[in-house]
Design a protein around this ligand. Structure first.
Ligand code: ADP
Length: 170
């Protein structure tokens, strides 16, 4: 299944995948980083729809339309804040990827793009996050042939290198 996983450098707000994931916070009411960028690119109707969802637990996901984005759907998932690794961070981070992909399957998406969840403001070390993310994605893909392609859209070169290294280890 790792041939269905790609690592690219880019800006996820320009993605043409069926669905993109958003590294949201539990309020789902917008924030900084990739969350702010997705809300700006999608337009104000995204926040209107998010208000109807009443938040989301860390490690789970909720879906909205994509509005002005090329992507048809946004999968909003609050990643864990890094507290040293002994507070269930890895299980919650894996849950983010699995929950997003389960929603993507349910809504008939064949292609899904992810940003590097939790490795910005939430402080998750990117090497560790990359291993968790890619094993969760590969595990899901092994059971779900309906998802044809998952891309990690990395905003900077260091993040891209970390995901490439983790993919090579799968
Ligand atoms: P978190 O709060 O989950 O840590 P952040 O948005 O702070 O989320 O960062 C997550 C990752 O998203 C970081 O690697 C950051 O560089 C990256 N990022 C920021 N803007 C974009 C974007 N437009 N496209 C893709 N990745 C982005």
């Amino acid at each position: 299944m790792s041939e269905r996983i790609e690592i690219i450098r880019g800006d996820i707000t320009r993605s043409d995948a069926d669905a993109i994931a958003n590294a949201a916070n539990t309020s789902l009411l917008g924030g900084g980083g990739v969350d702010g960028a997705i809300h700006r690119a999608a337009g104000p109707r995204l926040l209107e729809e998010c208000r109807t969802l009443h938040g989301c637990e860390t490690g789970k996901a909720k879906i909205t339309r994509g509005y002005n984005l090329k992507a048809k759907y946004v999968l909003h998932t609050p990643g864990p804040v890094w507290h040293g690794g002994g507070h269930g961070e890895a299980e919650k981070l894996a849950g983010c990827y699995r929950s997003c992909l389960a929603l993507a399957s349910e809504y008939g998406c064949k292609t899904v793009d992810f940003p590097s969840i939790s490795t910005g403001v939430y402080g998750y070390p990117v090497d560790k996050a990359a291993r968790v993310a890619l094993s969760a994605i590969a595990g899901y893909l092994a059971e779900h042939p309906e998802i044809e392609r998952v891309r990690m859209v990395c905003f900077d070169e260091g993040t891209k290198r970390a995901y490439e290294a983790a993919l090579a280890e799968l």
